[in-house]
Design a protein around this ligand. Structure first.
Ligand code: DX5
Ligand code: ZN
Length: 222
């Protein structure tokens, strides 16, 4: 199993101290910046817009991990300056044209993922898994930071790993997003997760500095 990767959730970051935050990320070799893009329609919240993402792109070379929580994502992918090495996930539940969205992401040169809400069964992947590079398993209902984990999603991670390996897709990575606390991260890692979205329940929590949080999470997921 490859070493776990950290993708800090930028919606949880202190934007008044962005320069220092990004320096800490770069010093700790975080693999991605997790960008929660919400439209207030697919999820009841609005977060980072295209202009903020553009500014971030100009000041850091850390690859982006775009989490599109928007309706009709296939029509919005072109809003972003995708780069090779970026991850882009679209929600299975957000469009009837999810395969078209995934294909478009790959055409644009990024790694394509499909995100599943907690209650969405794994068999929706049957005719999609052949096209994706990763699966984003929501371990909370999307839209807000600071939520409690949806308990059954912890087993869903192990079920997803089994689903992928049984079909010859061991290379497809599993990303987990939502209440990735230190204790949850240990269970998620044991159950097969590869990429961990760090938010208010771990690296941005009040009980540690960002540096301490990154070190603690890294030790758990290595
Ligand atoms: C939910 C968001 C959150 C956030 C992480 O849509 O994606 O998961 O990034 O925040 P915590 O760790 O507070 O759940
Ligand atoms: Zn997210």
């Amino acid at each position: 199993m490859l070493a776990g990767k950290i993708s800090p959730s930028m919606m949880c970051a202190d934007f008044t101290d962005l320069k220092r935050t990004l320096e800490t990320f770069e010093k700790n070799d975080v693999e991605y910046l997790h960008l929660d893009i919400m439209d207030g329609h697919f999820v009841p919240n609005i977060t980072l817009g295209e202009s903020v993402v553009k500014q971030l792109r100009a000041i850091t070379s850390i690859p982006f991990d775009y989490h599109l929580m928007v309706t009709d994502p296939e029509n919005k992918i072109d809003w972003f300056d995708l780069r090779e090495g970026d991850l882009v996930s679209v929600h299975y539940e957000s469009t009837p044209h999810v395969q078209r969205a995934v294909a478009k992401i790959k055409d644009r040169g990024a790694k394509a993922g499909v995100a599943l809400n907690p209650a969405t069964p794994l068999n929706v992947l049957d005719y999609l898994v052949c096209d994706v590079d990763f699966i984003l398993l929501m371990t909370v209902n999307p839209g807000f930071a600071g939520q409690k984990v949806v308990k059954q999603t912890l087993d869903k991670i192990a079920d997803a790993r089994t689903y992928l390996d049984a079909r010859g897709y061991a290379h497809v990575m599993l990303e987990v997003d939502g209440c990735v606390s230190y204790p949850n991260a240990a269970v998620m890692r044991a159950n097969g997760a590869d990429i961990f979205v760090g938010g208010t329940s771990s690296i941005f929590g009040a009980s540690n500095t960002l540096q301490q949080g990154l070190e603690k999470l890294r030790a758990i997921i290595r």
